[in-house]
Design a protein around this ligand. Structure first.
Ligand code: PMP
Length: 461
């Protein structure tokens, strides 16, 4: 067991930054906003959720919509009962709402998937030719293409160079599809999608956008931007009920092999032949996630109803404060690719001399702050930005407020000045608070620990 403590380190005061009032309060009501997190040092603190990029909390309005649906929940498409009729209508209305939210063309299709990973894997079965992608992608937008021999373009140090490099690659050898992320889940930096779409189309390719990070933060207009396919996840868009979507052009998907073979995806089955349905049913075999789709649509509606400028102002004020706060903590180094890029509210950083896992455990155990540490399912990008290993990511959303950012800054300042107050045992790269007296709710621990008696966090991990 290794127990770490960090040497004191002087730093500047970050509490005095003169920023406007924007961001003082959350922009939307999220479930769990007042969660009290137990601390290893005793007592509780309001849980500061700085992990929106991994999974965002449910919007209150989304949870309400789910509660309204549940009494009427039933099978869709084939049931004759009233509840089936309501559920079927709600499911199909959800598809239309999602299409509206992303500005889909009239003849685009919305296929309900499990998440972004599922949506991109589905698209990988449908793309009728070679695929080009970047080397900075999340594994969800990397591995499906690699499995089918995708050609990699290395993302350069300037955004304009990336567009040129993609154009060179598409000119060198034709491709059916260019697959890019809308915003990096590591740096929060946004790609110039309109220009990339123009380049792809000029060379006879289509463009697919991994919108997992971008869609929760920016209004994406598929038709106006020239995006052919857009994938995103409900759980990052305030609808954590297990649905995602692939939105886009119907023709490839109408002739692709059904993603899953089974009921609902067919017109007619004989023992020796199957006639498959068109989209979306073709790729939605089995009982669909009606609750997830309705929740996702409710989130789309709720986000669309927020004033666009207010969302942008809220996020940019908090991001600026986060940047400023981190810059004031000695030894904290943000990871960036392109200084000129527009960014969503995601900042990944390393803390000199403190392993990322320890930083994250310390923030949670002693300050009630939730961040993500690791390599963010983007190993090639992390290899480039921080070859030494893992980093820490803080990410913002509609429920974030100024105090959240300031709590992070203060906690990191304390870490650099005096080190952790608790002991952390190092086990195979993980740092666990030892002991860990924080109780889990009994229902959360029951499956992990079938034995009776009080359960604590470190036992369940
Ligand atoms: N792409 C990006 C950019 C992501 O951040 C994520 C989630 N971390 C994914 C794809 C995969 O999303 P999901 O886990 O919902 O499939």
């Amino acid at each position: 067991m290794t127990v770490l403590s960090i040497a004191a380190d002087p730093r500047t005061d970050v509490g005095a930054s003169p920023l406007a009032d924007v961001g003082v309060s959350p922009l939307a009501d999220v479930v769990g906003a007042d969660l009290q997190a137990p601390l290893v040092t005793g007592g509780h603190a309001r849980y500061v959720n700085l992990d929106y990029a991994a999974s965002a909390p449910a919007l209150r309005s989304v949870a309400d919509r789910v509660s309204a649906l549940l009494p009427l929940y039933s099978s869709v498409h084939r049931g004759a009962g009233y509840a089936s009729a309501v559920s079927t209508a709600a499911y199909e209305a959800a598809r239309a709402e999602i299409a509206r939210f992303v500005g889909a063309r009239a003849d685009d299709v919305v296929i309900v998937t499990r998440n972004t990973t599922d949506a991109l894997n589905l698209l990988a079965t449908a793309a009728p030719g070679p695929v080009v992608h970047l080397d900075i992608e999340h594994h969800a937008n990397l591995l499906p293409w690699r499995a089918r021999g995708g050609r990699i373009v290395s993302a350069r140090s300037e955004l304009a160079d990336i567009v040129a490099a993609v154009e060179d690659e598409l000119a060198r050898e034709p491709a059916a599809l260019l697959a890019v992320t809308g915003a990096s889940n590591v740096t929060g930096e946004c790609l110039p999608l309109r220009r990339l779409a123009e380049v792809a189309h000029r060379h006879g390719a289509r463009i697919a956008v991994d919108g997992a990070q971008l869609v929760p933060h920016r209004r994406v207009d598929v038709a106006a931007t020239g995006i052919d396919y857009l994938a995103f996840s409900g759980h990052k868009l305030y609808a954590p009920f297990g649905a995602g979507v692939l939105v886009g052009r119907r023709d490839w998907l109408d002739v692709a092999p059904p993603y899953l073979a089974g009921g609902g995806a067919v017109r007619r089955v004989r023992l020796d032949a199957t006639s498959w349905a068109d989209c979306p049913a073709r790729h939605e075999a089995g009982t669909p996630n009606v609750v997830g789709a309705v929740a996702l649509a409710a989130a789309c509606r709720a986000v669309a109803e927020l004033p666009e400028q207010a969302v942008a102002d809220h996020e940019s004020a908090l991001l600026a404060r986060l940047d400023e706060g981190l810059a004031g903590v000695d030894g904290v180094r943000p990871l960036r690719l392109w200084p000129e890029a527009e960014r969503i509210g995601v900042v990944t950083f390393v803390v000199d001399d403190v392993p990322a896992e320890l930083v994250a455990q310390y923030l949670s155990a002693e300050h009630g702050i939730g961040v993500r540490d690791g390599r963010f399912c983007a190993h090639p990008l992390l290899d480039r930005l921080h070859p030494a290993g893992a980093a820490v990511r803080a990410s913002l959303g509609l429920g974030s407020r100024r105090e959240d950012v300031d709590r992070l800054t203060a906690a990191l300042t304390a870490l650099r000045r005096t080190g952790p107050r608790w002991s952390y045992a190092s086990r195979e790269g993980d740092y666990l608070p030892t002991p860990d007296p924080r109780p889990l709710p009994a229902w959360a621990a029951a499956e992990a620990l079938p034995t009776a008696g009080p359960c604590h966090l470190s036992q369940a991990l």
